[in-house]
Design a protein around this ligand. Sequence first.
Ligand code: ATP
Ligand code: MG
Length: 471
Amino acid sequence: MRNEDAPPAKGHLSRTIRALTSSLRAQLFAWVVLTLIGAICVNLYLSFRSADVTAKLVTDRMLLASARVIAEAVHVDPNGNVQLDIPPSALEMFDTGYGDRVFYQVVTAWGNLIAGYPGLPRPKRQQTGEDMTFRTDGMRLMMLDHPIVGLGQDSTISVTVAVTHHSQYAMRRRLWLSDFTKQLVLVLIAGLVTILGLQRGLSPVLRLRDAVRERGRERLDPLEPDMVQSELRPLVHALNDHMERVQNQMAAQRRFVSNAAHQLRTPLALISTQASVAARETDDRSRDEALAALRSSTRHVTRLASQLLTLSRAEPGSRRPRNDTIDLAETARQVLQILAEEALRRNIDLGLEADETPVHVEGDGTMLREMVVNLVDNALRYTQAGGRVTVGIGREGDTALLWVEDNGPGIPEAERTQVFERFYRIMGTEPEGSGLGLAIVREVVDGAGGSVALGDAADGGLVVRVRLPAV
Ligand SMILES: Nc1ncnc2c1ncn2[C@@H]1O[C@H](COP(=O)(O)OP(=O)(O)OP(=O)(O)O)[C@@H](O)[C@H]1O
Ligand SMILES: [Mg+2]
């Protein structure tokens, strides 16, 4: 039972961790909280140091004052004896209610003990407080050298005063606590203000998120850039640009589908009529004619359907991108072989200009072939019988070149952009077609990272030049 329960709990935890690490708000809060904790730790240390220094300073001042009072109480009587009457105030000043014990020692320069505790350690330097241990108690010590008049040739004495740490530590604690509390309040206020600022700063982003989330599938109108701060406006602009592109693409798709349906409906209606006519015909010759017309219409619809399919496959994102390496010259040769029969039928001189050296390009092999088919098909279809069509393959540095040249009617300059649009056919074009061939060519060329341009052939026809990155 427990084993079954464990994995979901783990999954839930890792989901929560993932949600937290991917949340901008959680990340910002984590940074603020971590910074605050760091600041509090540094504050804790620094205020302790400062309290310690202050408490030592105060204790040292008291020790020095006490040593001075003791030193001044030393005098030499007329008989040459050293006399010491320590005034009570010299030691009472340490009676601060913390139960501290005070020790002192007065010695002559040559080490004779005048008064006090014989074993009391002596600090290395005079008038400088030092922490030492005496009789297992930690204490602060201070030594003072003092001149005494009438005490023989070396007339100084050393006074050492020591006091246990209780009062010093209590003072340190009090100073530390009060300092730390003040700084803690400041840090907490700063943290709180930062968190509130973050909340306020993030709220437009959250509003933007909600605005995007609440939108229906079809709502693609631009978002208001003023709803977020200036730094985030480029994001909203980018989002708006993206939505505009999607909107345009959706509109283009709708136009395409309705155009396609329209293009299919007309020949299908014709087929239906032609089939009825053929069925009614009793005369054999008339029926054959009707059937021939029916076959031609069917061919037209079939070609339209296959062009639609090719176009949809050539569109970006419709197929998994393929990176075949194909030899453009070999592809042209194969296409020409297939179309040679049609050229022969129309008495067109179909030729290929290509070296033996292969011209390699990278891309979707099937689509690149479709492109060549459509270009040669156009040239053959729109050039008058007895004309000439030449396909050329070459290479110019890093660029593979393909050109298809004919001596047909050509395309007027004004229409050279429109012919690449879907279903666009030049008015009065006689041979059948669906207006998709050049649209396919452009999709394929774009997909392969190349370019296509229409130009005038030397003898008045059309020349289509395709440039593709060679490999
Ligand atoms: N080589 C050419 N010479 C003269 N006109 C051309 C040539 N190639 C294309 N065109 C013109 O451009 C138009 C668009 O060509 P496109 O290949 O896109 O469609 P289509 O040939 O009419 O139909 P589809 O190729 O889809 O069967 C053609 O209708 C034709 O008027
Ligand atoms: Mg065509």
